[in-house]
Design a protein. Structure first.
Lengths: 278, 311, 384
């Protein structure tokens, strides 16, 4: 291939990717731009990106006062943390037992876990909702976290990871006098960080963004996680004050985006790993 | 110890160390797996059975009466126009989103992998929607696609085209939602393809070149495409499943409207079950939904078994 | 038939010089082995010959054709890869057919699915089938043609890889350690088969290996590369008994050649610990040299005979031969002698012996590693 052809191919690649990138970035650019625009400019000149009069304070103060925005973010953090901690605490010992111990019923359990991978929250939501409603615990953190306290996916992922760990490592720990739980805590966990990190990213992204379940069990704004809070905010604003609405979207989108931009490699690795094995 | 030989009865008795070790290992195994087993039963197994059972009743939340109605709910589904429209819309949405998001994901991955310049930047940009709050981004798209104040139609007006009411017209709403769905899914598919691409042995490309596969086109069909087989199958399956599960954008933007033109499966189930509280009927819909997912997984499994696994 | 020439090839990644001015010219039909320790640049050189890598300087010629700027697909060269690089989704037959399909079918005819509808492809495909079968028969893998690489043993895959290279009768063969993934028995067997194939096809072949036994047993000429330099390019006999450089002497031969430090005396003789080992060395008096002799060149004698004094440290019986390890008196050096088992019975552990060697078997290397000439060649030395 001649040098000219190379530059042409290179330029073409850059051109196509750049056009695509513009389409992908457009919503973010307009989100930021609109969040800074006053109402009248939004309605008159939607193609101008830089506002003539900055309305940042106005829009963001609405976003923080019409709904308890900090409370929403807090709710998101609390729910995601509860879910993640319980998921990992339940899945790690189970995955270890399945990977390295021989006990009756282990094969059945693995089969049940593989089947469980096929069942999404949407399928089990009705009975769980009926039960939570009967127990009178709707509009609580518990209700938000309850159906996700077991992650068959976490068990599956850790199981794959532990199977690749050498048996001799565990035998050595046993000879050193550790109990099985001690082995999990002091040998397995320290060596399983890559898998735990990957799963954590996957879990947090999934549950921070989830709307389906919160919309079912939460009706009070004070208990809503960010996506549901945004829905409530739209309802309160009749969906027409786009400046304030965009300010609110910026506020709820930024935490995860910032985390992603800071730890891109880990995010992409985590989601690829969890994606490929799921 | 005086003797190495064990008494003959000792092997079967309680003093047998091998059996004792097995028992203690089994005990430890169950203790470690116990919490997971309990939660698995309580949160997945039981509810799944319950949803099937409820689908055979006329249970409504708020009414104490519960009656076994056999397959009545399923028969009703066959005549339910909303449900049939919903099924059709979900199918259309899936048929648009899956091929586009897979093809664009593959295209982006191939272009990004082809050269080093801008690799990290483009990967980041295309991946952004995956980690963005979909409800928030749906709101942004709703603004972008707004018929009068939206930048998309403003742009079209510049070139003299009167843009439609993208999310408000029954002809365009599903298309617009599908576009947002593609926008959201491409980055995810792209990173999966990127992972698949890096796993292809470089030597195969060298062999292809020596074997006179002179153009990038030839090498794509000789090496890249077949070697990506397992990845592609997986990406297609997960894209289909995610498309069938479309909910957030509908719930945020259109709520099934206008005129049920964006009524999709999960939204219909949500309405029936959690708004109208007709649990029995919604359970029947859920069983249909679960059935669709199962069929998709079985199809993937069989395809995986037959064609794309080489070793 | 044409020869393959690599002229003045240099390549570096930054300060890391992979190849330094290497020139190798293979005659038409010649089998040339490139041998050297790992990291010596031999595989890079092969990839440059294939066009998969590009040299910073130098040119690649096939007969009268300058191929330096040509792409691999234009070079009419076939290559067998170390990992075989078979396409895992294609059957053995399809793998072998790939180079023919690429050459004989148009881009439209090759399109998956649609290609089958293109006009006139049927005859070409039948012809390709015929030649694949012919090649497979000659390699005795015609019963494997419908299997995929994943269903074949290492040896079978290796043959398919050979078939893919053979089928289009290329102008030259490149082989990159094709036997290194086979077990020891199969390796010796396949070695003979490749030589036989080469004899029949008569195609110029460049064969990379790190195994000196492979290089010596298979090649017409051997190129020894160390540290990115070509140190010697000669017949196997020449490489073994007449090494041009101390590194060549060290790399070739098993067990390794014995090397001792010595000094050139005023009469151009080489002395080790005062004893004269060789005479007429072409070097200035007083320079340090290294003296080498192969294990089989060593004769062990009774202690009262003239020679280097040593004692037996260890004896290894290997069946067809016996290795005797001996400690040199007054120094830390241990030498190894290869004896016929019947001759070795005369020695016991700790026994004192003298070491002797015919002067024609004594190799002298200068401080830079280059071989120094010794004259007159025929004389028994090692007299005090």
């Amino acid at each position: 291939m001649t040098p000219q052809a190379w530059t042409l191919a290179r330029a073409l690649r850059l051109a196509i990717l750049s056009v695509g990138a513009l389409v992908f970035l457009a919503p973010y650019v307009w989100m930021l731009s609109t969040a800074m625009k006053p109402r009248e400019e939004i309605f008159s000149s939607s193609l101008t990106l830089i506002p003539e009069r900055l309305a940042v304070v106005e829009n963001f103060s609405k976003a923080f006062t019409r709904v308890p925005m900090l409370q929403l973010l807090m709710n998101g953090v609390i729910v995601c943390t509860i879910i993640l901690v319980v998921q990992v605490l339940v899945a790690l010992p189970c995955a270890y037992a399945l990977a390295k111990l021989r006990f009756p019923g282990a094969r059945t359990l693995i089969a049940a876990i593989m089947l469980g991978l096929l069942v999404p929250i949407h399928a089990t939501a009705l009975p769980i909702y009926v039960a939570l409603s009967g127990a009178g615990v709707l509009n609580t953190y518990f209700a938000l976290a309850a159906p996700f306290m077991i992650s068959v996916f976490a068990i599956f992922l850790f199981l794959q990871f532990f199977r690749a760990m050498p048996d001799d490592l565990i035998n050595a720990a046993r000879l050193d006098g550790m109990s099985e739980l001690g082995i999990v805590l002091r040998v397995i966990v320290p060596n399983a960080w890559p898998a735990i990190t990957a799963f954590s990213i996957f879990s947090v992204v999934a549950h921070w963004n989830d709307l389906f379940w919160p919309q079912i069990v939460v009706t009070e704004t004070a208990m809503a996680p960010p996506p549901l809070g945004l829905i409530f905010f739209r309802a309160a604003e009749a969906g027409d004050d786009y400046g304030a609405l965009m300010a609110a979207t910026v506020v709820v989108t930024v935490p995860l985006l910032a985390a992603f931009l800071l730890a891109q490699r880990r995010f992409i690795e985590g989601i690829t790993l969890t994606g490929l094995k799921g | 110890m005086d003797s190495i030989a064990l008494p003959a009865g000792g092997r079967a008795g309680t003093s047998n160390p091998a059996a004792a070790a097995r028992r203690s290992e089994a005990f430890a195994g169950w203790r470690l797996a116990g919490p997971a087993v309990a939660l698995l039963a309580l949160l997945i197994l039981l509810p799944t059975i319950a949803v099937v059972a409820l689908s055979l009743t006329d249970f409504e939340l708020g009414y104490d009466e519960i009656r076994f109605v056999g397959l009545d709910n399923y028969l009703e589904l066959l005549d339910d126009r909303t449900f049939l429209i919903s099924l059709g819309n979900t199918l259309t949405y899936t048929l648009i989103v899956t091929p586009l998001s897979v093809a664009l994901g593959l295209g982006a991955a191939l272009l990004i992998e082809a050269d080093v310049r801008g690799r990290a930047l483009f990967r980041t940009v295309y991946f952004l929607p995956v980690v963005s709050l979909l409800v928030a981004m749906a709101t942004v798209w709703q603004y972008l696609l707004h018929p009068t104040i939206g930048p998309v139609n403003a742009l079209l007006r510049l070139v003299g085209i009167a843009g439609p009411n993208w999310l408000g017209g029954s002809d365009t709403v599903l298309l617009s939602l599908a576009f947002i769905g593609v926008w959201q899914a491409v980055g995810f598919n792209m990173v999966l393809f990127l992972a698949g691409l890096t796993a292809i042995p470089r030597e195969l490309y060298a062999a292809a070149e020596v074997d006179r596969a002179a153009t990038a086109w030839d090498r794509f069909w000789l090496v890249t495409w077949p070697m990506l087989g397992p990845t592609t199958l997986f990406v297609v399956t997960i894209s289909v499943i995610n498309a069938v599960k479309v909910f957030e954008t509908v719930s945020t933007i259109t709520q099934g409207g206008p005129n049920r033109a964006s009524e999709v499966l999960l939204w219909t189930i949500y309405q029936e079950g959690f708004v109208y509280l007709r649990v029995g009927y919604a359970s029947a819909m859920t069983v249909v939904f679960l059935g669709i997912l199962m069929v998709l997984m079985v199809l993937q499994y069989r395809a995986l078994d037959q064609r794309v696994h080489y070793t | 038939m044409s020869g393959l020439a690599l002229r003045g090839i240099s390549k570096a990644y930054g300060d890391n010089h992979i190849l330094r001015d290497v020139t190798i010219e293979a005659q038409p039909g010649e089998f040339v082995a490139l041998v050297g320790p790992s990291g010596c640049g031999k595989t890079t050189l092969l990839r440059i010959a294939a066009g998969l890598d590009h040299a910073d300087r130098g040119s690649v010629w096939l007969g009268e054709r300058d191929m330096t700027a040509m792409r691999p697909s234009e070079r009419d060269i076939a290559m067998v890869f170390q990992s075989y690089a078979l396409y895992p989704h294609l059957t053995a037959g399809q793998n072998i057919a790939v180079p023919l399909a690429m050459r004989d079918l148009t881009i439209w005819q090759r399109l998956p699915g649609i290609g089958n509808l293109m006009p006139s492809q049927r005859g070409i495909r039948a012809d390709i089938q015929r030649r694949v079968l012919e090649t497979a028969r000659s390699l005795r893998i015609d019963h494997l043609l419908d299997r995929k690489p994943g269903q074949m043993s290492g040896g079978q895959r290796q043959r398919v890889a050979l078939g893919r290279a053979l089928v289009r009768s290329p102008a030259a063969f490149l082989m990159d350690e094709p036997l290194s993934n086979l077990d020891a028995n199969l390796r010796v067997h396949t070695r003979a088969e490749i030589v036989e194939l080469h004899r029949r096809a008569g195609v110029t072949t460049l064969y990379v290996t790190h195994d000196q036994a492979e290089a010596l047993s298979m090649a017409d000429r051997v190129a020894v590369m160390i540290g990115g330099r070509l140190l010697q390019f000669d017949t196997p006999e020449g490489i073994y008994s007449n090494p041009a450089h101390i590194e060549v002497a060290r790399f070739i031969g098993s067990p390794q050649i014995n090397l001792l430090n010595g000094e050139v005396d005023a009469a151009h003789g080489v002395r080790i610990g005062g004893r004269l080992l060789a005479e007429g060395v072409n070097a200035r008096p007083g320079t340090s040299v290294t003296v080498g002799f192969r294990p089989e060149a060593i004769k062990l004698g009774a202690p009262e005979q003239a020679g280097l004094i040593a004692s037996v440290r260890r004896i290894e019986f290997l069946g067809s031969e016996t290795l005797v390890f001996i400690d040199l008196a007054g120094g830390g050096d241990t030498l190894v002698a290869k004896l016929a088992p019947s001759d070795a019975t005369a020695f016991a552990l700790g026994q004192a012996v003298t070491i002797m060697a015919a002067s024609r078997d004594v190799l002298v290397f200068g401080g830079d590693g280059a071989r120094l000439s010794v004259s007159p060649p025929m004389r028994m030395v090692a007299n005090g």
